[in-house]
Design a binder for this molecule. Structure first.
Ligand code: GLC
Ligand code: CA
Length: 560
């Protein structure tokens, strides 16, 4: 396999609003990021994926962009941005920008023009349709509740918005739209950025005719089959690659809702025609259900192993994986599949990290994950800031689909806001995030869980992530080795091997708080040249019949 820097890199995701506030207005900002670059350097990451910092009215916290070439006032100025970029580069850290081009804000000048008249030059930048029998053009529901169509009185037509009504979808079938997007991307590349994370890029090409979808619990039709991996998506990405990406040395990752393994081989093929890698959701969606993500079911480990193994094995040698447990759209994995009680918090955080970071693919660490940050004890609806969570509460509770108490429990478990509370820097007021009023509550556990404390201790979660990242940088087998699942039906233990030439790794992770036994494969048991590469207990030894302690994780290394 060809060796490239982005296969060997570890990415750290920053959600700027919640990272570090430098000027006391309660909102994280670019200067706050610059301040903390040494912290990230110490962690050892190679790349920062920066969630959107562009000008935006903030209906969806920056994922609704009104000027792609401007910086959001809350976050600072373009001079602050340039300083941050230069300071990152000085430290050998690359910056990957979020690229949100499935839609713009309704306050973007293109849309302001587009809605003015049917013959406006920008009309065809968006997806406008006539109503059908006095109703919406089709039955699609938006990701953020309600219809995916908004009626506009000026021209008496509807526009499509797969997300909020302040996020109208761009019409990618219009070549002028594609050219505008490519020019803007090129402008950022000229500035010296190092790549793009492409927001819901699998949804840019819609099936012509926009057919009705299958109706769900909320009464709306599902657009998925007509939007995800649509008819021209690969053609458009190949064009983007030819026009922009191929001219620079970039890391490109597509957020691909609804992507299958077969589709991923096209998006992220090693031949480099489209993107470097995709973000897939199959493992994250395992606890979904009739009311979508809103429930408190646990992910079944056997299912999880099956899905992750499918991605590991199928992409091997053909396309590239990204690896993640957490991001700004997911609750904290530690509270989801680990155990966030004081007793097991750190040990289970390290177990989850081991399990993920030993796989093939580019790992993503989401801010605070390296500290063992947990879900948040939100009490009431007014504690939430996220448009998806708030709208879903109204739609499902007021629509009688769920009762208020259940929905609150589900929000507490699954809401995106669990990932969006401020990074806990120290045990001072507001966790050292701001000297003002934070825009969203601080998790009250910041006195115990914070960076200052984590850095002061050799056995902390932070130090463990540091070790994992360093191991990846110094052992090619972790990057390029092939993967094989062991004991697929074991409901408690996730074990797999990695193999590269004459070297082999055995990764064993106990996902429960009970002791578990595990039969070590013969080639590992009884050998005296077996080394422990990393483990979350101090005294782990290789045995034929291992008794794993609660959330124990270990990587054994065998070299001929
Ligand atoms: C992506 C983003 C999410 C955002 C949505 C709409 O899924 O990760 O945060 O709300 O797209 O832009
Ligand atoms: Ca600020």
């Amino acid at each position: 396999m060809n060796k490239t820097w982005w296969k060997e890199a570890v990415v750290y995701q920053i959600y700027p609003r919640s990272f570090r506030d430098s000027n006391g207005d309660g909102i994280g900002d670019l200067n706050g990021i610059t301040e903390k670059l040494d912290y990230l350097k110490e962690l050892g990451i190679d790349v920062i994926w920066l969630s959107p910092v562009y000008q935006s009215p903030n209906d969806d916290n920056g994922y609704d962009i009104s000027d792609y070439r401007g910086i959001m006032k809350d976050f600072g100025t373009m001079e602050d941005y340039d300083r941050m970029l230069a300071a990152a580069h000085e430290r050998g850290i690359r910056i990957v920008m979020d690229l949100v081009v499935n839609h713009t804000s309704d306050e973007h000048s293109w849309f302001v023009e587009s809605r003015k008249s049917k013959d406006n030059p920008y009309r065809d930048y968006y997806i406008w349709r006539d109503g059908k029998d006095g109703k919406e053009p089709n039955n699609w529901g938006s990701c953020f509740s309600g219809s995916a169509w908004e009626y506009d009185e000026t021209t008496e037509m509807y526009y499509l918005h797969l997300f909020s009504k302040k996020q109208p979808d761009l019409n990618w079938d219009n070549p002028t739209v594609r050219k505008e997007v490519f020019d803007m991307m090129d402008w950022w590349c000229q500035k010296g950025i190092d790549g793009f994370r492409m927001d819901v890029i699998s949804m840019i090409s819609k099936v012509p005719g926009l057919p009705d979808g299958e109706v769900g619990e909320n009464g709306y039709g599902a657009f998925g089959p007509y939007v995800c991996n649509g008819p021209h998506v690969h053609e458009y990405l190949q064009e983007m690659n030819k026009e922009v990406l191929s001219k620079y040395d970039l890391l490109t990752v597509g957020e691909c809702s609804g992507v299958t393994v077969e589709e991923a081989k096209k998006y992220a093929s090693l031949d480099g025609k489209e993107l470097n890698m995709v973000f897939q959701f199959e493992h994250m969606d395992l606890d979904g259900g009739e009311t979508f993500k809103w429930n408190d079911r646990k992910i079944d480990l056997v299912e999880l192993k099956k899905v992750l193994t499918k991605w590991q094995v199928s992409l091997m040698g053909e396309a590239w994986n990204s690896l993640y447990w957490c991001n700004h759209d997911q609750p904290r994995m530690l509270s989801r599949m680990g155990d966030d009680s004081p007793e097991y918090r750190e040990i289970s955080a390290k177990m989850l990290a081991t399990c993920l970071h030993m796989m093939q693919g580019t790992p993503y660490v989401y801010q605070g994950e390296e500290l063992g940050m947990t879900n948040v004890p939100f009490e009431k609806l007014s504690d939430f800031r996220d448009i998806e969570s708030i709208n879903a509460y109204h739609e499902l509770v007021e629509g009688g689909v769920l009762n208020g108490e259940d929905m609150m429990r589900y929000l507490r478990y699954k809401s995106r806001d669990n990932a969006r509370t401020p990074v806990q820097w120290d045990d001072s007021e507001n966790a050292g995030f701001t000297s003002g009023n934070p825009w969203i509550m601080v998790n009250p556990n910041y006195k115990e869980i914070n960076a200052k404390e984590q850095l002061s201790r050799e056995d902390s979660v932070f130090r463990y992530y540091q070790k994992l990242i360093n191991l990846r940088h110094t052992n090619e087998i972790i990057v390029y080795g092939s993967y094989e699942l062991l004991a697929p039906e074991d409901p408690a233990v996730y074990a797999y091997t990695r193999t590269l030439e004459n070297e082999k790794l055995l990764v064993i992770c106990n996902f429960t708080k009970e002791n578990q036994t595990f039969l070590t494969p013969e080639e590992f048991s009884g050998k005296d040249d077996i080394k422990v590469m990393i483990s979350n207990y101090k005294d782990t030894e290789c045995a034929a019949n291992m008794v794993l302690r609660p959330f124990e994780a270990v990587v054994f290394q065998l070299k001929d």
